[in-house]
Design a protein around this ligand. Sequence first.
Ligand SMILES: [Zn+2]
Length: 443
Amino acid sequence: MSLTLLCPRWCLLFSERFDSKNGCFAPQVLAAKDTVVGIQDDEIVYVGPELNVPQLNWTRVDLPDHILMPGLVNAHVHSAMTLLRGIADDVPLETWLQDHIWPREGAHVSDDFVFDGTLLAAYEMLKGGTTCCNEAYFFPSAAVRAFDKAGMRAAIGSPILDFPTRYAASPDEYIHRALELNDALQDQPLFKHVLFPHAPYTVSDAVFEKIVMFGNELGLPIHTHLQETANEVAQSQSRFQKSPTQRLAELGVISEQFTAVHSVHADPTDIAMLAHAGASVVHCPSSNMKLGSGAAPIEKMRAAGINVGLGTDGAASNNRLDMWQEMSHAALLASVTSANAGAIPAGDILYMATMGGAKALGWEDEIGAIEVGKQADLIAVNLADLSLQPVYDPLSHLVYSCGREHVTHVWVAGRACVRDGQMLTLDEQDVRRRARVWQGQLQ
Ligand SMILES: [Zn+2]
């Protein structure tokens, strides 16, 4: 049995307050002082004052200038696309996909590509304080092997499309491979399985109906890119005379287990449909800004009661798998689009980047907050750096001033993956060598 006592200067804790403006409970986020956290093996077993800690044989970790917080949850990423980082920038989504990304994926994506690309992504995410991600890419079992090597938690999406790729030749083969992966992921506590139909414009009604059937039968969440661009909505209106959200709602796709990625062009009717079903939305502000897709109406979604998580999207469209940048961009973009400074307060942004993502993945009982009984997915952020002085409000610093360079310690299920800024689970030289081999083949 392993017992560790983490003694930080501040500890990021969540509770709930009643939001009288919107008539619902909203997160109350607190940087608590004089609070220590005890970990036994993979689980948090104590949160409270040091005076009351049970007398056990703890290994004590002093974090005198640090804030201890839940690990960041990257709720939407295509990890292996790190190998395509920067290969085609400054073009809109359709051109980017059709002229640059899909031809290269068609020529190169394989089990090895996904393993090496996911290893690179896992290194970047873990070292920067992301302890869990929601992965969506081809050859997902290769991603599982890479996350397992890194010691990182991940929800693994099985991709499903109408058209053939190097991964599968037909919708039935994608679904068959998803069912195989579902069996392989049973009893693996760091992983869970998600169905990932790519988007309404690449998946037909008949295939969505099969996905709903298997999703219901196996109790699996369904995630998809939805209403990312104005063009996608216009094409759906002309082809189906309805928005993509309405089409998916009529096909039975949208439920409490459903997560819409992006929803940049969601109108009030789409928002009401998602809210009514209890669905989640993943906001990827950097990717949306970079591809010129627009700004998702996040404040309206949150006011309607929709759970919102944050994601980086793939490194080809961002180009960083950096949740600190997503937090800052989410806060700034909301202020710009609503002409309201602090439209989403720092505490709410921190909640979205942790609990919001955990809820979108159906993992809210296990991760996303520092609570007794939850998994010890934790990070320590050192606020002693001169770029962070003085420290009046740690919550504001975490959103507006801190970066991944301030993350010093990372634990996933109680296992130390980063200590004093040093990666413990992956070899930096090995990961760099693999990336450079692919660079030679892809350019
Ligand atoms: Zn995406």
